[in-house]
Design a binder for this molecule. Structure first.
Ligand code: ADP
Ligand code: GN1
Ligand code: MG
Length: 351
């Protein structure tokens, strides 16, 4: 209440309730009295995002850019609500808080149950990138080297060497999953570094719970969770979405038999994404589109395992082995992608 009251809200606060299952921030819905709009209040994790003011500037700039182009600017992108002092955040006791408008009559599913939903998700990501294709202001790098596997390997090497909670010895098999793919992943990233694969403004966290769909007809509406909007390769957005939308199990499934990459969902998502993006992509992007799913899923295996080795400091966990369970489930998904890779490439070529 004390925090929410410092933002420029229309209407009096009726209640504040926790929401969502993000791994990083703490999210609340602020309900107001009467006809006033509701709001989303978030405590931004400033350990993970060291420059929250810079991050909020990014979000403001990107959403303003989108608003100028869409038919329904209050629903098709987030609306940042400033504090009463005009800042885009409130800092209190070392924590950073931000508010945006709650967009009603939407759903944010945690898994894709139908190809129609996957298709809509692909449209959503593709459209988001298309709307930002001409965004030309510099963006702050909110997390250093976020999808840069060379940087991730540097962190990885340091974490393995430090072994702060003594878990490395028991994880030799899992560590070999990472090491055996080091070269192919770095080779891919070299193409981004040398400019063969171009940079764009990208979302960087395109899992299904980071997009809102219209409740009425299931159509895509709005990309949310814009904390990681930065300059990167647009392949990462495709790859991360495929990691999420095509998984027949949960990201942290204990039953690995549940986890496979669904080719049906892959095809549907790719059709949606390419519907928006095909015309503006260069050949190198098309060539590596299917690979990007393996790249990001590999990166996710590395990040979950690295956090487990590091003593679970990054991701919120629900139980002590959670990051290891996530590692195994995402590795199963990666293997499923590797097995079906030729077919994934064929699907992309056919579209
Ligand atoms: P986190 O960074 O913790 O993942 P998100 O920004 O993704 O936080 O928000 C968590 C959840 O809250 C989303 O998955 C969605 O269900 C809901 N949500 C977030 N922003 C809005 C919004 N503007 N309108 C409606 N629901 C939202
Ligand atoms: C985190 O914040 P959230 O829950 O949407 C993470 C992503 C991971 C994802 C795995 C800033 O996303 O990179 O892919 O968990 N976000 C950050 O579910 O690290
Ligand atoms: Mg989220």
């Amino acid at each position: 209440m004390k925090i929410a009251g410092q933002f420029d809200l229309a209407g009096d606060i009726a209640e504040i309730k926790p929401l969502g299952e993000g791994f990083i921030n703490d999210t609340f819905v602020v309900k107001t009295e009467g006809d006033a709009p509701n709001y989303i209040l978030q405590r931004k994790n400033h350990v993970i995002f060291p420059d929250v003011p810079g991050m909020m500037e990014n979000i403001k700039a990107v959403t303003e850019h989108i608003k100028a182009k869409v038919a329904d600017p209050m629903r098709e992108t987030l609306t940042v609500i400033p504090a009463k002092d005009g800042k885009l955040y409130v800092e209190e006791d070392g924590n950073f808080w931000a508010v945006c408008l709650f967009i009603p009559d939407t759903t944010s599913p945690v898994r894709a149950d139908t190809p129609e939903l996957a298709y809509q998700g692909g449209l959503g990501t593709g459209r988001f990138q298309a709307l930002l294709a001409d965004f030309d202001k510099p963006l702050n790098e909110t997390i250093k080297g976020f999808h840069n596997i060379r940087w991730r390997f540097q962190q990885w090497d340091e974490t393995i060497a430090a072994d702060p909670v003594g878990r490395v010895a028991q994880l030799q098999e899992e560590i070999s999953w990472i090491e055996s793919r080091r070269k192919e992943m770095l080779d891919f990233w070299s193409l981004v570094e040398d400019g063969t694969i171009p940079m764009h403004v990208t979302h960087n966290d395109t899992k299904i719970s980071n997009i809102l769909f219209n409740k009425s007809d299931g159509s895509m509406l709005c990309m949310i969770d814009l904390d990681t909007v930065m300059s990167s390769t647009s392949l990462n957005d495709f790859g991360d979405a495929i990691r999420s939308y095509t998984n027949t199990g949960a990201e942290d499934d204990r039953n690995l038999d549940n986890v496979e990459m669904s080719m049906e969902m892959f095809k549907a998502y790719a059709e949606g994404y390419l519907h928006e993006q095909k015309a503006s992509m260069v050949q190198s992007e098309l060539d590596y589109l299917a690979f990007s799913a393996r790249y990001i899923t590999f990166e996710q295996v590395l990040r979950f395992l690295m956090d487990y080795i590091d003593g679970d400091k990054y991701y919120k966990t629900a139980y002590p082995e959670h990051n290891l369970v996530r590692t195994h489930a995402q590795y199963k998904l990666l293997q499923s992608m590797e097995r079906q890779y030729d077919e994934m490439c064929r699907v992309i070529r056919n579209i």
